[in-house]
Design a protein around this ligand. Structure first.
Ligand SMILES: [Zn+2]
Length: 162
């Protein structure tokens, strides 16, 4: 670790947060200032900058870099929080819509089942009169099964189309 007596603040570039490399591509080292106003205050600088003091290389006080970094992280956290809130709101609305859609489908299905039960009852009564038989017609059972199957297919299509 070496020290610097003259600190050039004429920076042409600005860095955000804690810097990892100098603009020249060199790795950074930490040094302690030797000036009266900043005695022992630590800063980031590359080795080249220490050797060639006339050149403009990255300079950043460590305490300022840390505060900068904390502000950046804070901003990111705030963004994440607002993203999460909007995601939560959107998901709640969508779930609510899905639930409503399913409720409507179930009500519709219930109504269709009632209608079909009435229809089947009428058919059964008619066929009993025509056939004059007490046994159930196998054709009627097949018809009932086909209607029930059709209703289930319709319900499935309705729910999956949400
Ligand atoms: Zn450099």
């Amino acid at each position: 670790m070496s020290s610097s007596t003259s600190l050039s603040r004429s920076q042409t570039h600005t860095t955000r947060g804690i810097p990892s490399k100098c603009w020249c591509g060199s790795n950074l080292t930490t040094f302690a200032a030797q000036t009266k106003e900043n005695l022992y205050r630590r800063f980031y600088r590359c080795e080249i900058a220490i050797k060639r003091q006339s050149e403009h290389h990255l300079f950043k006080w460590i305490d300022e870099a840390i505060i900068d970094e904390i502000r950046m992280v804070d901003k990111k956290v705030t963004h994440l929080q607002s993203d999460f809130e909007s995601f939560k709101t959107t998901t709640t609305i969508r779930l609510h819509e899905h639930g409503r859609h399913i409720d409507e489908s179930l009500l519709e299905m219930k109504k269709i089942f009632q209608d079909q039960t009435i229809l089947l009852e009428e058919l059964r009564n008619k066929s009993t009169l025509v056939l004059d038989a007490k046994s159930h017609s196998p054709l009627l059972n097949v018809a009932a099964a086909a209607i029930a199957l059709g209703t289930l297919a319709w319900l499935y299509a309705k729910i999956t189309s949400i």
